[in-house]
Design a protein around this ligand. Structure first.
Ligand code: MOS
Length: 732
């Protein structure tokens, strides 16, 4: 079995040698360049453009504005996938909105022309801060794509809170954060008559295909989307954002293939972000620390509603984390003049669990109870929101293994009690959780006479290891060494697969790969025993073996090639469609984790260092320990960024992002990251997939920020309820 083994990435060598080609790197004859022109005001109607200079500059092929843009079939396209604005009208709804495109024969000439576009605005009143519009908060219309209401409650949360002997009531905030993948959004679009081919940086080639076909009013089969390598996404490549559509529009207008690469600065206004949240928490407990009431009211920042809708689902973790009989969660949106927010790694859980797990730490302090003991006293054996059993839950083991590895027992509960030299040491912990998602996916397997196999699925590899683990799954199911299996993805002509989001790629695609491989294997045995051959006529196929390209079983032993040649067959092929079994509906399906942080704070300067981190995870069966650990560590690094560094700042006067770059938007670098220990707790979910997998990508960042904020409180006695935790918070 190669599943489970920590084999190297199938695409590792290509990536480090530059052999992996990303969307922007597919050069072709006649390729020209498009550059986005952005608004410089937050709220306006465009009165007109002055294009005289830009249009006559050398090499310029077109300046596209709402006046000459192609009319797109926005209504035909589904609400979920369409992201405005697409140059369909002259309204400006945020600072940095795309309002025109300059197309020229070189990138330099396109940039010069874009800079020469002059715009006359009639400015309107802009709302640029969430705080100023809180009074107009409204419930989301399509919370979780309309699959559930934005509010829910059980028992009598307000009555129980009023009666609770121990109460915590506090407000927490998380800032706007941007994904900042290394690879920016980029698209090359090429038309051949009515056929469109795009190379685009996306987490979902099927979604891009559907969206582009609908917007341009062409047949789905006339759109091909290609993306063999993705340089990170974290959610910002989950939707088909305007630049991809605008590149295709520009290519249509100038009649040449067009390349459009979003600049790092434009990445802050073109493809979503994690919205700012304001979260109000109430917790009530009895004297023994058993939760009797909880309330989590979440407000998240939105754009003007005509751009779409996104709601950060902050309460969903709170709803199922602890056994608490009286609980309510609500979600509200606050629209301001900003671009549309979107999913960012663990959307909802990352920000919501910061609030609830900070509040739990405050409750533990009020009760004079160990924070880990408080979690254990409220451990949910079944999902408290609906009473369903968990498909698998090994959170207790995460707590115990994580605490042991971290040395939680050495923590003195008193804040400011632990020091080394003059430096304050703090220890904090928090729980992590993320849903186990699985979506319908298809795959095909072709087994060649030489004992090699090609497996295909229209999925993506964001850098997570899809190429590698799918080859492992196929190799085991086929009985071939993994070196004989090639997995191909990133081509919309392959069997369709879902967006790589919600940590669901492996749970969705691996069962499809497994099914197709097993179908091919069954064909091998049918062929061997179908009666036209020699020795195996009449033999039960279950008596045969197929391993390393050789079919064996008394009385014969022949290579696959020989078997196929005997039968006059060139290769065997099968395809599959795999979906979540109905039986899964009876279960609550989640992954879990326990996060332990140590911080060191200089009491004179307020500087905060994350000095040690241990995360223990119940993330289902692990198919490749190497890529899994890499995901787990990456998630913790992402969480440390959220805890201590990341924040997109907007100028309230102009609604303009002031740190739209990676020098002033602070991301953790190596020097910010301590020793990280990740523990994979043995657990398998037998309900979601036959393989037992759950999902890894998002879970490890959930709970990191509260574990660090709780450690900062333990070090200093200062409770920071607004992320990121900064020096300023401690200089009080
Ligand atoms: Mo993820 S935020 O579902 O790419």
């Amino acid at each position: 079995m190669v599943v489970g083994q920590p084999i190297d990435r199938a695409d590792g060598k290509l990536k480090v040698t530059g052999g992996a080609k990303y969307a922007a790197e597919f050069g072709m004859p006649g390729l020209v360049h498009a550059v986005l022109v952005q608004s410089t005001v937050p709220a306006a109607e465009i009165e007109g453009f002055d294009l005289a200079q830009a249009q006559t500059m050398p090499g310029v092929l077109a300046i596209i504005t709402p006046d000459n843009a192609l009319r797109l079939q926005i209504r035909q396209a589904s609400q979920q996938t369409i992201i405005a604005p697409l140059l369909q009208d002259r309204s400006v709804l945020y600072n940095g909105q795309h309002i025109a495109i300059a197309v020229a024969d070189t990138i330099e000439r396109a940039m010069a022309a874009a800079a020469a576009v002059r715009v006359r605005y009639r400015q309107g009143e802009a709302i640029t801060t969430m705080e100023s519009a809180l009074g107009q908060a409204y419930p989301p219309k399509r919370f979780r794509n309309g699959e559930r209401p934005p509010d829910s409650s059980r028992g009598d949360p307000d009555g129980a809170f009023a009666r609770a002997p121990v109460r915590i009531e506090a407000s927490y905030t998380t800032p706007v954060e941007h994904h900042n993948p290394m690879e920016p959004h980029a698209t090359i679009a090429k038309w051949d008559g009515d056929r469109l081919t795009v190379w685009t940086a996306t987490q979902g080639i099927s979604g891009a295909q559907t969206t582009l076909a609908a917007l341009f009013g062409i047949d789905l089969k006339n759109v091909t989307v290609l993306d063999p390598f993705v340089g990170g996404g974290f959610g910002c490549k989950g939707n088909t954002w305007p630049p991809a559509t605008l590149a295709a529009m520009a290519a249509r207008i100038v009649g040449r293939p067009v390349k459009l690469v979003v600049t790092r600065e434009q990445m802050f206004t073109s493809n979503g972000y994690r919205p700012k949240t304001i979260q109000k928490i109430k917790l009530g407990a009895d004297a023994e620390g058993r939760l009797i009431a909880a309330r989590h009211d979440g407000f998240s920042q939105m754009s003007m509603p005509s751009l779409g809708e996104f709601s950060e689902p902050v309460g969903l973790g709170t709803e199922m984390l602890y056994a608490c009989p009286n609980l309510a969660i609500t979600h509200r949106l606050v629209a301001i003049h900003t671009s549309l927010p979107t999913y960012m790694r663990a959307p909802g859980e990352a920000s919501g669990v910061f609030a609830i797990e900070s509040a739990m730490d405050e409750l533990a302090a009020a009760l004079k109870l160990d924070p880990l003991e408080l979690r254990l006293r409220n451990y949910a054996e079944n999902d408290p929101k609906d009473g369903k059993p968990f498909a698998s839950k090994a959170l207790r083991e995460c707590y115990s293994q994580g605490a042991a590895a971290f040395g939680w027992g050495k923590r003195n509960p008193e804040p400011r009690s632990m020091r080394e030299g003059g430096v304050l040491i703090g220890m904090g912990m928090a729980t992590s959780t993320y849903p186990t998602n699985r979506r319908t996916a298809q795959a095909s397997v072709r087994l060649n006479a030489d004992g090699t196999a090609v497996v295909r699925s229209g999925t993506q590899d964001l850098g997570t290891g899809t190429y590698t683990v799918m080859a492992q799954v196929a190799a085991d199911a086929l009985g071939l060494p993994v070196s004989r299996v090639r997995f191909e993805l990133g081509d919309s002509r392959f069997p369709p697969a879902p967006v790589s989001g919600g940590s669901a790629t492996v749970a969705s695609v691996a069962p499809a790969v497994q099914q197709a491989a097993e179908a091919v294997r069954a064909q091998v045995f049918r062929l061997a025993t179908d009666g036209s051959g020699r020795g195996w006529q009449g033999v039960d196929p279950g008596q045969l073996r197929f391993a390393n390209g050789v079919v064996s079983g008394s009385p014969e032993r022949i290579s696959l090639g020989e078997l196929l040649a005997r039968k006059g067959v060139e290769h065997l092929e099968a395809s599959s469609k795999a979906e979540l079994p109905d039986t899964a509906k009876g279960y609550s399906r989640h992954s879990f984790g326990a996060q332990f942080a140590e911080v060191r704070v200089d009491p004179d300067l307020g500087t905060i260092r994350a000095s040690r981190f241990v995360g223990a995870f119940d993330c289902g069966r692990v198919l490749n320990e190497k890529t899994a650990h890499s995901q787990l560590m990456g998630g913790i690094v992402f969480g440390i960024g959220m805890a201590l560094l990341e924040e997109t700042r907007t100028d309230a006067e102009t609604g303009r992002i002031v740190n739209a770059n990676v020098s002033e938007y602070l991301l953790p670098v190596n020097a910010d990251i301590p020793a990280i220990e990740t523990i994979i707790v043995d657990s398998a979910d037998p309900v979601t997939t036959p393989l037992g997998v759950k999902g890894i990508g998002e879970l490890p960042m959930v709970g990191v920020a509260p574990a660090i904020a709780n450690a900062v409180w333990h070090a200093t006695g200062v409770r920071v309820r607004d992320l990121p935790v900064r020096i300023e918070h401690l200089l009080v």
